[in-house]
Design a protein around this ligand. Structure first.
Ligand SMILES: O=C(O)CCC(=O)C(=O)O
Length: 268
């Protein structure tokens, strides 16, 4: 895939999201799912989450994956020519009551300015019954709301963040995806998702990208990967391509980075 058409860019700018875009074939999505599930199975019990998030630091295939032009080119079409990967997150919703409350990412990530967008890539079927993402159309153009930390039992967000505003349901748009498809969303858009009513896990691999002028305002020493263009700002330390999968240096860096990121995300 190359970039986006002008109509798609306009739609992203107007709505704050864009979908569906085909990133991978169904077979490629299944292969990525297998790699993810192998990494989960190999992690110490209780560390699956950090093992998943650290993949571009610990595994060369994941470092290469975040450079894939089928994701980077559409992202670059909305962010500009110089692009960093800031984070690889995973939103895995097992069958059951898990949900994601309506929130805005920009409120707690510490990234400024808001030249930041996520590519949410479905590695399993993410049809309407699986609790796909739901966006509030145009909300990225409105205010950044305060959020309550609810720490709700089944909330998949780290603090159960909920925007302190009434969400107008009629302005929400459900974004179902087939395996291998992706949606893009702006860092300020209000979004959430409902429980997964199917029998399979709903797997979202979420790649967070930003323009190189963005800086981390909540922690020192945050890291990123340059995936396109040049970085003249150097606001982030660069994550090198892993030399050995799960090598000692790679695991050390992943642990260090996990602590930096925890500080950035959990402190106000
Ligand atoms: O996967 C979900 O349901 C929510 C994902 C999300 O909040 C995000 O990618 O920013």
């Amino acid at each position: 895939m190359t970039g986006l058409t002008q109509a798609q860019i306009t739609s992203f700018n107007e709505n704050g999201f864009l979908f569906p875009l085909r990133a991978f074939s169904t077979e490629e999505a299944a292969d990525l799912r297998k790699r993810l599930e192998e990494a989960e199975a190999g992690a110490e019990p209780g560390t699956e989450r950090s093992a998943r998030q650290g993949l571009p630091i610990t595994h060369a295939w994941a470092w290469d994956l975040v450079h894939d032009s089928r994701i980077v080119e559409p992202i670059s079409a909305v962010l500009g020519p110089d692009v960093l990967l800031w984070s690889m997150d995973w939103f895995i919703k097992e069958p059951g009551p898990g949900f994601v409350s309506f929130h805005q990412d920009a409120t707690y990530w510490g990234l400024e300015p808001h030249h930041v967008a996520s590519a949410w890539v479905a590695l399993s079927e993410a049809g309407p019954e699986t609790g796909p993402m739901r966006f509030v159309r145009g909300s990225h153009k409105g205010p950044l709301f305060e959020q309550d930390d609810t720490y709700g039992d089944h909330n998949l967000l780290s603090r159960g963040q909920v925007v302190k505003t009434d969400v107008n349901e009629s302005k929400t748009v459900l974004a179902p995806l087939a395996a291998g498809e992706m949606s893009l969303h702006h860092v300020r858009v209000i979004h959430g998702s409902e429980p997964n009513l199917t029998v399979d896990r709903r797997i979202g691999m979420v790649l967070r990208y930003c323009a190189t002028d963005v800086r981390q305002t909540k922690a020192r020493g945050d890291r990123a990967i340059l995936v396109k263009g040049t970085d003249t700002y150097r606001h982030f330390e660069m994550i090198p391509r892993p030399r050995a999968d799960l090598g000692e240096e790679e695991r050390h860096l992943a642990r260090q980075h996990g602590r930096t990121r925890h500080k950035a995300l959990m402190e106000d």
